[in-house]
Design a protein around this ligand. Sequence first.
Ligand code: CA
Length: 643
Amino acid sequence: MKNFPTFDTYPVREGKLTEMDYSLTETKFSLWSPVADEVKVLLYESGHDGLAYKTIPMNKGIDGTWNVVVQEELHGKFYTFNVKVGGRWLGDTPGIMAKAVGVNGQRAMVLDLNTTDPEGWENDVRPPLASFADIVVYEMHHRDFSIAPVSGITNRGKFLALTEEGTKSLFGEKTGLDHLIELGVNHVQILPSFDYASVDESKLVNNQYNWGYDPMNYNVPEGSYSTDPYNPAVRIKEFKLMVQALHKVGIRVVLDVVYNHTFDIVNSNFEKTVPGYFYRLDSKGKYADASGCGNEIASERAMMRKYMVESVLYWVNEYHIDGFRFDLMGIHDIETMNEIRKELNKIDPSIFVYGEGWAANTPQMPEELLAMKANAYKMPGIAVFSDEMRDGLRGPFNNDKQGAFLNGFPGHEMSIMYGLVGCISHPQIKNNSVNYSNEAWAVQPTQMISYVSCHDDMCLADRIKSTFPKASIEERMALHKLAETFVFTSQGIPLIFTGDEIMRDKKGVHNSYNSSDEINAVNWGQKSTYREVFDYIKDLITMRKFHPAFRMGDAKKVCNHMEFLPVKGSNLIAFILKDYANGDSWNNIVVAFNSRKKTAKISVPKGCYTIVCKDGKINLKGMGRVNGVKVAVPAQSALIMHE
Ligand code: CA
């Protein structure tokens, strides 16, 4: 491999990285490639078929940028670039900033994006959000969510599925968009929805499935989720229709972004543009692989940082995206993440940014410079997934059969309490007893993503089944509800994985990234079967919404008002949210969790409490009263009451 040791000396392109600028009379092409000997742009009639009808050499300009102006009306034509480096042509690429592509993302299209705006797009506004603390995230995959015929949805597996109102399951339960409204979430996090490589968009009848963590064109929606992957305008318009429909019902849209690696190196648009520059190399000069997917993006390089910032802003400005979930954020450097936060703040500080504060393998950068969980305190306004409470509840990622608190195993209480306070420094948390973190990594509780399952491994129902092979369905339902009660009473930001609210299972498959629909599709029929679980989780969300004590959003307030109550023995946790006014009609809220197989007693401050959650049932108007100071918490369930 030819070595390019001096990447830092490459000139940085000023202004935007626009590679195609269309007008009626001319189209300007430009590509950043400071190492190129020659660059040409090729024009085509089709996005996938036939040879170029014209090949035009580009001229070397300033900052390593190559330019050419074609004085013709090119709207609807397709184009690629080809770059010659070291005497070798690297092959066709739509560029790194393509914004419209044909089937399978091989060629870009000259397109006036204004023509893709749906009716009323200019009036589309971001639903209001007073504080990050108010956020409830629903993580979903387009195909999982709507592909089952029982969903009653017409555009199954497509962006448009989220625009359909009034859809119902065969059993009359609300599905799709109406289901989200009924559940009460206010953010959906859509799994990779930019153009990814692993699904052949020309063979969609084959029911291919992939999560989509294999990026190709970062600034274009994925074709397989559109109704016509051949027409580049269709996926763009349909994506916007989806955002518009969600906004209309008060739901914000979070994009799962995967800048940490590309599908492959040889065929990547980065590599075909400026070889080596966009990737980190290891000490032997080979491509490093912190993603576990074959490569590792060099976010710290000036042009890669600029690329990430510009790409994020593009999704906000063109598609009205409201938040970003950074896949393997720990591969990126802190400076880049803070730069993204800073630029987003200029547009709207309520745009939410969070990510996985880890990597698959050790990245080629000093740990203290990386956007790892332990460094979250260096990234104000950016949240991180917490594995402390998650694993304290259900057991570790790498062993599906190993249980934890939910299974009645002792010793996980402090890890869970750490998550309940939002991973901040709290006087009652003994950090040396927390599973993975010896100190608080969050400055504010809104920096913590609180969850018990996500797409990544076994979903909650499977995990409970796997760790409780002999449990009855009633027992599994009880534990399911108990687990989600932690998530929604944590001071962090709650996240729920599609279908966990209806006991969705993936038939025990841990890594279902390319499993069939049979494994991944949400069976909406289960909403009837497990209506009681759905209602319980819906009520938890309602409770959180109407009672700000559950989402104080401020570390000082949490320290002042959230106090763990003394309990005897293990598998019992109780806290009180005391004297928290701030508009909350409930005072002195007591929350207790018991994962033992028998009733436990806790001591609470003297008072008369109204019970709102007990033994797997919730009634926010109250279901009886109890006088302190000794209160019973039924087996394998949560108790919530207030004065
Ligand atoms: Ca694709």
